[in-house]
Design a protein around this ligand. Structure first.
Ligand code: GLY
Ligand code: MN
Length: 367
């Protein structure tokens, strides 16, 4: 990452911090530290304010910090100084009176130590301020997500073309990961789901030794990660045996819910309203009880990011956001269908980054 890009992100954050009235923010989420500095190591915190920018780290990372973010000061603690103690010392030296901290990732132990070490320090919980900036992706991030989608899709096409009835869910998941790495992925975006027949009724099924031939359909939910850390997230269901009327029925409902939701994605649309469009399609078909999760989520450096396409998120979509659209119907004992695309919000509407076929007829594979 260029130092200019990281500097722009820090400026955006400083503008947001002004609204909290804090002198600085202690950033403890490693993805946020990386996003704001370009540093790719771990176990390091960033203290950022208008008068301070310092990473608190240890000697494993001193060379890496000089290479990746030379413009940021570094406090390299020795093994005899704890991270918590080093944070207190750095905050004291910076003369901070009101310190914001990331309320979702700062440990209670860290909070307690700061509270004990500096009686006059005011500690202010700050919720998801960096995550909200991360919602809107820049050109580089969009390009990386496109690559993550491309690698995942190519991997899937190879797997689909060579699928045999004797392969287990575990075999297929392993092969998918290996194939995506062959296409340039650093790894999987999350543990791949390969779920045969009734197992697909579990939205987050783990692969087992069940074989592909044991049922008539298989659900795949997988994604690739690029070396810069961007991820894709796709779900498709393929039909491997005699198509059943019940499967076709729920497939068509989910397909329609996916299409209707995507048609409504544009800047200014509220996440909860997009969720409702898909949920209404599924409810009107009589399967409302069988769609328990949100419609989708932001995807980027982390597989589930802000915003959430869910009934409880009223965030307005903005150009540059990338969200998944993944309606599903799950029938315990029978199986489930989820169809998931990755969608970029554009100025004029949206662009679906995923391009694997979605229509039922195209889901049929002869083994
Ligand atoms: N595709 C996995 C998930 O969104 O939870
Ligand atoms: Mn997803």
């Amino acid at each position: 990452m260029t130092s200019e890009r990281a500097a722009n992100r820090r400026q955006k954050l400083l503008r947001q911090l002004k609204k909290t009235g804090t002198d600085a923010l202690l950033i403890t989420n490693p993805i946020n530290v990386s996003y704001l500095t370009g540093f790719t190591g771990d176990d390091s915190f960033l203290l950022l304010g208008s008068d301070v920018a310092v990473i608190i780290s240890d000697s494993r990372f001193s060379t890496q910090l000089e290479e990746e973010c030379p413009e940021i000061d570094a406090v390299i603690r020795t093994s005899s100084v704890s991270m918590n103690g080093s944070v207190s010392r750095t905050v004291k030296q910076a003369g901070i009176n009101r310190l914001g901290f990331e309320s979702q990732t700062t440990s209670f132990q860290q909070w307690e130590r700061l509270d004990q070490d500096m009686k006059s320090l005011e500690l202010v919980p700050v919720d998801s301020v960096v995550e909200k900036i991360r919602q809107v992706k820049d050109k580089f991030e969009i390009g990386e997500t496109r690559r993550a989608v491309h690698m995942a899709q190519r991997g899937f096409e190879v797997i689909k073309a060579s699928l045999t009835s004797g392969q287990t869910e575990i075999d297929v998941a392993n092969e998918l990961e290996h194939t995506m790495r062959g296409f340039g992925a650093s790894g999987v975006a999350f543990p791949s789901i390969v779920a045969v027949g009734p197992r697909s009724a579990l939205p987050h099924a783990h692969p087992t030794r069940k074989t592909i031939g044991e049922s008539d359909f298989v659900l795949f939910d997988w994604g690739a990660e690029t070396f810069s850390g961007y991820r894709s997230d796709i779900t498709r269901v393929i039909t491997t045996g005699k198509p059943s009327a019940r499967l076709k029925k729920i497939y068509e409902v989910v397909r329609l819910a996916n299409r209707r939701a995507i048609e409504a994605i544009r800047p200014g649309a509220r996440c909860c309203d997009i969720d409702k469009i898909a949920r209404d399609v599924i409810s009107q078909a009589g399967y409302g009880k069988n769609f328990g999760h949100g419609l989708g989520h932001g995807v980027g450096r982390v597989i589930h990011e802000h915003p959430r396409l869910s009934p409880t998120d009223s965030t307005e979509l903005r150009a540059g956001m990338i969200v998944t659209v993944e309606p599903g119907i799950y029938l315990p004992g029978f199986g489930g269908v989820r169809l998931e695309d990755d969608v970029l919000v554009t100025r004029g509407g949206c662009e679906v980054l995923t391009s694997l076929p979605l229509d039922y007829e195209e889901s049929i594979v002869a083994l």
